[in-house]
Design a protein around this ligand. Structure first.
Ligand SMILES: *Cc1c(COP(=O)(O)O)cnc(C)c1O
Length: 356
């Protein structure tokens, strides 16, 4: 039986994506070849790459606005490094918003390139909230933020309006909610949270911000190289890009981001209402900053953990143990998570009240 998979990533994908990608492993587009054995320069795969890049921009509403979409490798962690390499001037500086583990990992990489400034941090409360009312220096080369903090279950609801380039790590909430994506100059997202299997990272970059650093950038790390080579500078992650395309097609057929956002809001409402109603549980993130993708919560009495753990396992639930830096539980409810699975979890939480 298929489990209710609340894993934070790699994570659930739409069932039809699993089926279509499995089919392509056996016979890709009736070519008599597996997607795993075709050349990345074959007509079939070139069309996949082209469509995936176009569809990503379409879904974000960025088509024709001076942006390029790339499917690169090295995970979001590689973009922590590529960002300063491509955007921080020699003797320049960059501004970072510190909202969690991933945000501070991004900052650490930038420190190797020049001066960095933390505009605000929520480390004082173990990242349970999003700092507000910070100011970003106008002379920084760029501002970096993390739209959704996968580990701590918080999400930025507002973004600053800036004259300098804004870079955003959207790994765990890309394509999940409507935003004016043209406010951002560089967006990156590891595929394995809301788009596909691990192995590729979507990078959406405004072409005009590149080429201004005065640095010599190694080709593999240079966004301009990847743009010129149409995301084929080196062998792309063929299967991961194909599977990401299937997910993007699924999302488009569903009605795009505006439709999935409504579904995501009802899933989040369902789980958070139960966390707030049920006297046995409490949420870890400030209510105003709660993530619609990763709901983090604790049992008020840890003595109830063995019972709760046995109940959710019996219900076929997988992957809700919290990250070690928060403890407790984390229910990741990404785009592909059906509301029925969230109901199963909520029922288990309700059942706990009858049992203790
Ligand atoms: C998972 C995650 C990362 C790390 O991604 P990798 O692909 O493993 O490098 C970075 N940022 C955020 C917000 C994440 O959720």
């Amino acid at each position: 039986m298929k489990k209710h998979n609340f894993s934070a990533g790699p994570c659930i994908l739409p069932q039809e994506v699993f089926e279509k990608s499995a089919q392509a492993v056996l016979n890709f587009n009736n070519s008599g070849l597996s997607i795993l054995e075709i050349s990345h320069r074959s007509k079939g795969f070139m069309a996949v790459m082209e469509e995936a890049r176009t569809l990503a921009l379409d879904l974000l509403g960025l088509q024709g606005k001076g942006y390029t979409a790339l499917f690169l490798q090295g995970g979001a962690s590689m973009e922590f490094l590529r960002t300063p390499y491509n955007l921080m001037k020699v003797n320049g500086k960059a501004a970072y918003l510190d909202t969690g583990t991933w945000a501070s990992s991004a900052l650490k990489e930038a420190k190797n390139f020049g001066e960095t400034l933390i505009v605000a941090s929520s480390k004082d409360e173990n990242y349970a909230y999003i700092p507000k009312n910070y100011s970003v220096p106008a002379d920084a080369d760029y501002f970096h933020c993390t739209s959704n903090n996968t580990i701590f279950g918080t999400q930025l609801k507002e973004f600053p309006v800036l004259k300098i380039p804004m870079v955003c790590d959207m790994s765990s909430d890309i394509f999940s909610r409507t935003l004016d994506f043209s406010k951002f100059d560089l967006i990156y997202a590891g595929a394995q949270k809301n788009m596909g299997p691990s192995g590729t990272t979507l990078v959406v970059v405004k072409d005009a911000i590149l080429g201004k650093t005065g640095r010599t950038i190694p080709n593999i790390l240079n966004y301009q190289q990847h743009i010129e080579k149409e995301s084929m500078y080196n062998t792309p992650a063929v299967f991961a890009v194909y599977t990401s395309l299937l997910t993007l097609q699924w999302l488009k057929n569903l009605g795009g981001i505006t439709e999935i956002e409504k579904i995501n809001e009802s899933k989040a409402h369902l789980i958070y209402s139960e966390i707030d109603r049920n006297p046995l549980f409490k949420g870890t993130a400030h209510q105003a900053d709660r993530s619609c993708m990763n709901a983090t919560f604790l049992l008020n009495d840890v003595a109830h953990a063995p019972l709760f753990d046995s109940l959710w396992k019996e219900a076929g639930i997988e992957g809700i143990s919290g990250h070690r830096s928060v403890g407790g539980y984390r229910a990741s409810i990404y785009n592909a998570m059906p509301i029925e699975s969230v109901k199963v979890l909520v029922d288990v939480m309700k059942e706990m009240e009858n049992r203790v």
